[in-house]
Design a protein around this ligand. Structure first.
Ligand code: XMP
Length: 540
């Protein structure tokens, strides 16, 4: 679909090392300018076709002279588009344009005192002496002809350089990192003073534009969306509903593996709150039947995933009308997917901005049955996770949905180790509800999704796990032989690594005593104190 956010004004971040690009793009968007990330091997012609207003070269872990170090198409510097390079971005700019890079005697890691030299529009309004964030071993030893050096540190003689006549700017330090005292001012100067951009990436405008674009695209057609309970599909539903009202039907497949209260909350928010036509399919028995006797986690995942789409498409065909259903056809034309921008970046699908390959690759993941065809709407495919949340809040979704913890698609099925039974599900749901309630009550706001924020780590997920063992206990005068509950709470910023959360002892004690007292069938609570790696966040 033509995105309203494919504007004339767009900053392209060339990514020289996976973890940097997203942070830079987020910072630029925080300054209300739309930004996209592309891999660093993009050619000048491909880049030019994206019509960027400015280009940013990210940092990266390589050494510019290493054999397999990422290069840059030198013609990019001749496009007449302003370029700003950070760290590796400065070094690659230097060597490509005839300067040199060398090993510094000592590396420079962390905060460093910087001194400005001369006038620079990039540093406009910032003091002569300031703190910047460095992370490098190599540094530019001679700037290319035409460049002037605009700052230095004790270790790094060329901490920044520029050739304003060609609108080329670079810093050895990282302005995108919060520890660079005036980093935001520098980005602001680059976007607004040097490139002359306007603040156009604004949530209210974005909603307006998206609503118009969805209306134009859909016309009078009918649209269907699978609500999973997760943030992305919820926000996509609220947005599409804002655009086309009752032309949208949502389907929620209740597989019985969600946390306590979640199916009810979906009904409450979407059907009663928003008034969205919502079809809830109670598939709990169907799933329990399919999962009976299954102990292998991957098989559980596969069954739940494939059955979900089966149930969903049965409904889609039914919604299409009895007549169409008889012919095995589906009259609903559009399927909304809650694909978000990091999904696109990670799948590497949009190197040149071409949408076709993206749609194909995502569509391929959905097992669309024979005779059924959908066109896809992906209204969130330009948004980062925290922008999706902001959009959700602006559309009136409650915090319990907008700030929901990451939750695996197969849900509690992979938190019950071994076979899933009705009894075990009931135990886990009750215990998990206590874990959530007590951690939330102990520290409102404890759970805060940090997304790609650079430094902060906070509690990322907290939940209960039901292992496949029984242990002996004593309750009153009776000996018991019952289930333990494992409590898992981790801090993380991206789920790639995680550390177990140092929850207060009193809180742990309260959770433990409540679970044992209130959940029949449980006589013991253990706390998982393993980090990832070597463990994973989930138990299966
Ligand atoms: P692990 O256990 O691999 O989890 O450390 C990392 C993150 O991924 C989530 N997770 C899943 N999400 N389907 C999902 O949609 C799954 O099968 C799945 N397994 C793990 C997990 O909750 C954590 O946030």
């Amino acid at each position: 679909m033509k995105q309203p956010n494919d504007p004339a004004q767009k900053v392209i971040v060339m990514d020289f090392g996976a973890q940097y690009g997203q942070l830079i793009a987020r910072r630029i968007r925080d300054l209300k300018v739309y930004s996209e990330i592309v891999p660093c091997d993009i050619s000048a012609a491909e880049l030019s076709a994206l019509s960027p207003s400015a280009i940013i070269l990210s940092g990266g872990p390589a050494s510019v002279y290493a054999q397999d170090a990422p290069r840059i198409d030198a013609d990019i510097f001749n496009l007449g588009i302003p370029v700003l390079g950070f760290c590796y971005g400065q070094q690659i700019m230097a060597v490509t344009l005839g300067g040199n890079v060398a090993h510094t005697e000592v590396g420079e890691y962390g905060p460093a005192p910087l001194t400005r030299a001369g006038d620079s529009q990039l540093f406009e309004g910032t003091p002569t002496n300031q703190t910047v964030w460095m992370s490098h071993r190599d540094a530019v030893s001679s700037a290319p002809v035409g460049f002037t050096v605009t700052s230095s540190t004790d270790v790094c003689a060329i901490a920044s350089m520029e050739d304003p006549s060609r609108a080329l700017y670079a810093t050895q330090f990282h302005p995108e990192v919060a520890h660079t005292e005036y980093g935001t001012d520098m980005l602001h100067n680059f976007l607004y003073e040097i490139c002359g951009l306007e603040p156009t990436w604004d949530m209210e405008d974005i909603i307006e534009n998206q609503v118009t674009a969805i209306r134009q695209q859909v016309g009078d057609d009918r649209v269907i969306l699978a609500l999973s309970g997760g943030v992305d599909s919820a926000v996509a539903a609220a947005l599409v509903h804002r655009a086309i009202g009752n032309q949208l039907t949502c389907v929620f497949v209740n597989h019985g593996m969600m946390r306590k209260g979640e199916p009810e909350s979906i009904e409450q928010v979407f059907a009663r709150g928003f008034g969205i036509p919502l079809i809830t399919v109670d598939a709990q028995d169907r799933y329990l039947g399919l999962l009976a006797g299954i102990t292998d986690p991957e098989q559980k995942r596969k069954i739940i995933g494939s059955e979900f789409w089966k149930v969903f498409f049965e409904e889609a065909v039914r919604i299409g009308g009895a007549e169409a259903a008889q012919q095995g056809e589906c009259r609903v034309r559009w399927l909304v997917q809650g694909t978000i921008y990091p999904d696109i970046i990670e799948s590497g699908a949009r190197k040149t901005g071409g949408k076709a390959s993206t749609i194909k690759s995502h569509h391929n993941l959905i097992p669309v049955p024979e005779g059924v065809h959908f066109d896809l709407i992906e209204p969130l495919d330009h948004f980062f996770k925290d922008e999706v949340r902001a959009l959700g809040s602006a559309l009136g979704l409650p915090d319990e949905i907008v700030y929901r913890q990451p939750f695996p698609g197969p849900g509690l099925a992979i938190r019950i180790i071994g076979e899933i039974t009705r009894e075990k599900l009931a135990i886990l749901k009750e215990a998990d509800a206590i874990v959530r309630a007590e951690i939330d009550a102990d520290n409102p706001g404890l759970f805060e999704q940090t997304g790609i924020r650079d430094s902060a780590r906070s509690v990322w997920q907290y939940f209960a796990v039901l292992p496949d063992v029984l242990s002996v206990g004593v309750m009153g005068d009776e000996r018991t032989y019952a289930h333990p509950i494992i409590l898992r709470a981790v801090e993380s910023s991206d789920a790639m690594t995680a550390d177990w959360a140092r929850l207060p002892y009193d809180l742990l004690a309260l959770i433990s005593s409540r679970i044992v007292a209130e959940v029949p069938g449980v006589n013991r609570v253990c706390y998982d104190i393993t980090s990832k790696p070597p463990a994973t966040i989930e138990w299966e």
